[in-house]
Each structure stands twice: as C-alpha cells, then as structure tokens.
Design a protein around this ligand. Structure first.
Ligand code: KG4
Ligand code: ZN
Length: 363
C-alpha cells in the first residue's frame, strides 16, 4: 500500500455523481452515477433533474466507492468536495453531504474548484504535476488556458473562450446533426468515417489581426454559425447531409485551434509541460493532434474516464492540498456557480457571516 493521506472526493457540479477515494497519488475507487440518459430526453442538462438524480444516486454511489476501495469512512483523513463552478442546486447536494460527513467524522473538509480538480486529476496518472505547467481546460462549460505554478495555490488564467465552451460547441453541432446529447462522444464517433478536409470551417481568433488582443483566447460561436449556414445551404439545395464529413470537419476546426493555442502558450512562456483536462480532452482527434504536434513537450492527458466529470479529480486535488499542508475550508462553504478558476479552495464563510471586525463601530 502506498503512503499518503486517504481522501474522499465528492463531485456533483453537473450531471455526474462522482465519489472516489484516493490515497496520496493512488486511486483506490472511482464510482460514478450519471443522469445523462435522463437528461438526453431534454437535449441538455435540466438543473432540477440533476439535483434530484444526485440525491437519489448518492448513497449507493458512496457504498460502491467504499466497498471498491476496501475502506471504512472512519479511515478517511480528509474530505474534498466540489464547491463550484457548476449548477448551484446540484453542487449543494454534494456540499451538504460532505459537510455532514466532515462533522460526523470530525475530519477537515476542502471545498474545491472543479476546474483546478480537472487539472489535478493528472497526478493520479502521470505523477506529481511538474510546476510550472500550462493547462488546457476544455469542458462543457469552460475553455481556458492556465498557467499552473502550484495546483493547490496558484493558477493564473492566460486565455479563455469569449463565447461558447468547446464542449458546448460539440453539443450544439451534434444537435444540429440530429445526434444525441451530450454530443461530444457522438461527433467523435461519427467523425471516424468522415473526411476532415471535406469542408473548410473557420478557426476562430487565429487571424494575425486577433494576435495582439486574443492570442490565447478562443471563440467557437462563429464556427457554430458556419455549420448552421452550411447545413441550410445543403437543405435548400435538396441535398442529403453527409453527417460524418460535417462531424469530422467541425471536429478538425475545434481541435486544430485548441492545439495551436495550447502549444503557443507553452512556447510563449517557455514552459515544457502541457496538461489537458475536462470532458473534451476525451476527444480522440484532440489526443491524436497533440501527439503529432507536441514535439519535445511533455503532454499529459489522463485516460478518457478521468477527463469527464468524476470524484477522483476532486479527491486528487484534496490529497495534494493535504500533502502541501494547505488549510481546510471552514464550515459553511456553500456553492458558488461561478467560482473563478484561481480560487482553488473556498476559505468558507464567503457569505452569510461577516468578515472579522465588520460591523464594529469605532469611536
Ligand atoms: O468536464 P465535463 O464532463 O463536464 C463539465 O465540467 O462541463 O465535460 C462535458 C463535455 C460535454 O460538452 C461533452 O460533449 C464533452 O465534454 N465531451 C466530448 C467528448 N467526451 C465528452 N467532446 C468531444 N469528444 C469527446 N470524446
Ligand atoms: Zn467538468
């Protein structure tokens, strides 16, 4: 058995109930229950459906995680839970459960940032993150380039999407093509049979004109509009839609820009490690392009099951926080739907209780 703190990680920010146990850098169990099939009927994530599904799945998922890891909850050294960003109602299910457990077990609790957790999960696969590193974070709600000086303390945004997230673009284009939600994996599969050069879709914010102001930013809404226009023209001409070609050409446009800008961030900063995380990091073309174009860079992409939302990422960040002696959150961590990426651990009492000294009238 490897050494290190035993950390329970709880993730409920969107439609996956993820509960995992990590000891140091070793993943002991990673149980995930997804409400995605239920959500697919609505063509997207309905917040109330997600919250209810977390409540219903929670106990069984916890039982699976502890059984698989062969540990009792009383063995746990610390608890980490996603505090944001995400859907408030969904986040609160995990946060409430985690706070109850922390209280009952008398263990420290860390309310953590989902985005930093997507980066930290890589330590379970490739070992400790060589810092500084550049991280490309590509999920359903976020697309950013980050400089990671310390994944437990110091993460700086270098660029982000100005409009749609990469995963959102995949989901919207899938819908246009009549593919189920969430669209990313379906486009990935459909594209295998397609020709990525069949249609020359636009690469957002890559012109020399954009270089000064948006060198490391992304934009995918123009690409989505280009797909809509292309499909409409086909329809108007009474021609059939070549789904595989559209999927492949769209996927090529997204992944080309993601890889170009991620490599550019590494070059600009002189940093030799690139970590890729978030659901879109599961994309096979993105992984292949990184392989082809990375050159001498150390590119770290976790296996697909650790790219999409899970509890392991939260536990991985939690274990790093414990190992580096970071102070835990105070009780009352709450949920923050738009927690900024640089806020890695919520300090607690962000709202509700006044800061020390507030309300004291001098004189
Ligand atoms: O990180 P994640 O599981 O949840 C969020 O934090 O948003 O990311 C979900 C997103 C969805 O938009 C989904 O379509 C996309 O990741 N995704 C993919 C693939 N697998 C999941 N996108 C492209 N290719 C994939 N293979
Ligand atoms: Zn995520």
């Amino acid at each position: 058995m490897t050494a290190g703190p035993l950390v329970l990680g709880i993730e409920t920010s969107c439609d996956e109930t993820g509960i995992a146990l990590v000891r140091g850098r070793t993943l002991l169990a990673d149980a995930v229950a997804s409400s995605v099939e239920e959500q697919a009927r609505f063509g997207g994530v309905v917040p109330e459906v997600a919250s209810r599904a977390h409540l219903e799945a929670f106990d069984a998922t916890m039982d699976r995680a502890t059984a698989e890891a062969g540990v009792a909850l009383s063995d746990v050294d610390a608890i980490a839970v996603t505090s944001g960003p995400g859907l408030v109602g969904a986040l609160l299910v995990g946060v409430s459960a985690a706070e109850g457990l922390a209280l009952a077990l008398d263990r420290p609790i860390y309310g953590v940032n989902h985005l930093a957790a997507h980066v930290a999960v890589d330590r379970l696969v490739h070992g400790d993150i060589p810092e500084p590193a550049i991280a490309l974070l590509v999920s359903g709600g976020h697309t950013s380039l980050l400089r990671v000086d310390d994944v437990t303390l110091d993460v700086t945004p270098l660029g982000a999407t100005l409009d749609d997230a990469a995963g959102e673009a995949f989901d919207k284009v899938a819908r246009l093509l009549g593919l189920p939600f969430p669209g990313g994996p379906h486009i990935d599969r459909a594209a295998v049979e397609g020709d990525p050069t069949a249609i020359d879709f636009p690469r957002g914010l890559t012109s020399p004109r954009d270089d000064a102001e948006h060198r490391l930013d992304f934009s995918f809404s123009g690409l989505k509009t280009a797909v809509v226009r292309w499909l409409r023209a086909r329809e108007a001409a009474g021609e059939a839609v070549p789904t595989a070609d559209v999927a492949a050409a769209f996927q090529e446009a997204v992944t080309d820009v993601l890889v170009t800008k991620a490599l550019r961030a590494c070059e600009d900063s002189g940093i030799g490690t690139l970590i890729v995380g978030g659901g879109v990091a599961a994309n096979s073309r993105l992984r292949a392009l990184l392989d082809q174009r990375a050159g001498h860079l150390d590119v770290r992409v976790p296996p697909p099951s650790l790219c999409t939302d899970n509890g392991a990422m939260v536990a991985a960040l939690g274990a790093a926080l414990v190992e580096r002696g970071r102070p835990p959150s105070a009780p009352g961590i709450g949920a923050d739907s738009s927690l900024p990426v640089h806020e890695i651990v919520v300090a607690a009492m962000r709202s509700g209780l006044p800061p020390p000294g507030a309300g004291i009238v001098e004189g």
